[in-house]
Design a protein around this ligand. Structure first.
Ligand code: SAM
Length: 323
């Protein structure tokens, strides 16, 4: 998948004139900041320190979770309307037939993308039962913990944060039911608040969250600040395409009643090109991208090169020249 995904990223970059600095008009109007362009790195290999799991453990040792310092540079990611929507349905996170059924159905496919991307990057054995042993991973906007739990079972030292306290409570109670997941650290806070504590993670994940925050660029800046140098980021969201409007809003919310009506606002979706740009501006190079495609006959999702509706991006954080 690596080759195909890299080709996909490159073709996205070539198709988007924004990246040559000639046409900022194809950006979401919400993205108001100036554009900096960088080319995609050819190699997705981690730095030497991260190739060695012991070095990872040393490098990733938490710098201590003290008080939350003021972080005036990072603006709040909170969108009160969006947060209220999730607070209203927090108790249903682990109801497989409830409003989060689509995420439960999608979960194995996105976990498989994350597993193969992180194993490749951190040089882990994908056939191991605990390939993420020693890696510190944070799931930002973790909801009820449906992604945190499989990551913990794969050996990662997992932190999940979310702004909705009820989500964190549900996630904590559910994780406590299994000794393999009971060590997950759940905290009710935003990414920008955690940045103030100066903690760093080997991988920072934010799945299906960026379309619910106040400003995607500010949010990604905060995510980037949480990534250890040479660490990784995974973000998934919904494309701002007509197909996504038809599938993720009209069909999922109005025809199939999969999601509560009003869950998504089309204008908050990002195109893959926009996500690549936002990440680049936050010093994260996208190395792989894939689409998720739903088969209505089998009820299953699979990975695809088709990013026209749901898609996921894997990126790596640049190492500052001084290191
Ligand atoms: C669609 S859910 C996705 C949950 C989880 N990432 C998953 O994919 O299973 C979006 C989550 O983001 C959380 N959220 C929304 N805005 C947030 C913010 N500014 N900071 C952190 N979490 C946020 C919501 O409370 C909700 O749990």
């Amino acid at each position: 998948m690596t080759g195909a995904s890299l080709r996909l990223c490159r073709s996205l970059l070539q198709r988007c004139p924004c990246l040559s600095g000639t046409s900022p008009n194809c950006l979401n109007p919400a993205l108001t900041s100036s554009i900096m362009t960088r080319s995609l790195s050819d190699s997705a290999a981690p730095p030497a320190a991260i190739q060695n799991p012991e070095a990872v453990t040393k490098q990733s040792v938490s710098q201590g979770y003290g008080g939350i310092a003021d972080t005036p540079r990072l603006r709040s990611s909170l969108n009160d309307t969006e947060v209220a929507k999730f607070a209203a349905i927090a108790e249903t996170w682990w109801d497989f037939e409830g409003p989060f059924k689509p995420l439960h159905l999608l979960n194995p496919t996105r976990v498989s993308f994350i597993r193969s991307a992180l194993c490749r990057y951190f040089r882990r054995d994908p056939y191991s039962t605990r390939p993420f042993e020693g890696l510190k991973i944070i799931d930002v906007g973790c909801g009820g913990g449906i992604l945190c739990e499989p990551l913990a079972r794969m050996g990662a030292c997992v932190t999940g944060i979310d702004v909705v306290e009820k989500n964190i409570n549900v996630a904590q109670v559910h994780a406590g039911l299994d000794p393999l997941t009971s060590s997950i650290e759940y905290i009710c806070m935003t990414a920008e608040q955690l940045v103030g504590s100066n903690r760093k993670f080997d991988a920072v994940l934010a799945l299906e969250v960026i379309e619910h925050v106040a400003d995607p660029s500010d949010f990604v800046e905060s995510l980037s600040a949480l990534v250890a140098p040479g660490g990784a980021t995974v973000i998934s969201t919904i494309n701002r395409s007509l197909r996504a409007y038809a599938a993720a809003i009209v069909a999922a919310e109005y025809l199939l009643n999969w999601l509560p009506r009003g869950t998504h606002q089309w204008s908050k979706f990002l195109t893959p090109e926009e996500l690549v740009l936002i990440l680049q501006r936050a010093s994260i190079s996208v190395e792989e991208m894939a689409g998720f495609v739903y088969n209505p006959l089998t009820g299953e999702w699979s990975l695809s090169d088709d990013t026209s509706v749901n898609f996921i991006a894997f990126g790596t954080k640049e190492i500052p020249p001084t290191m």
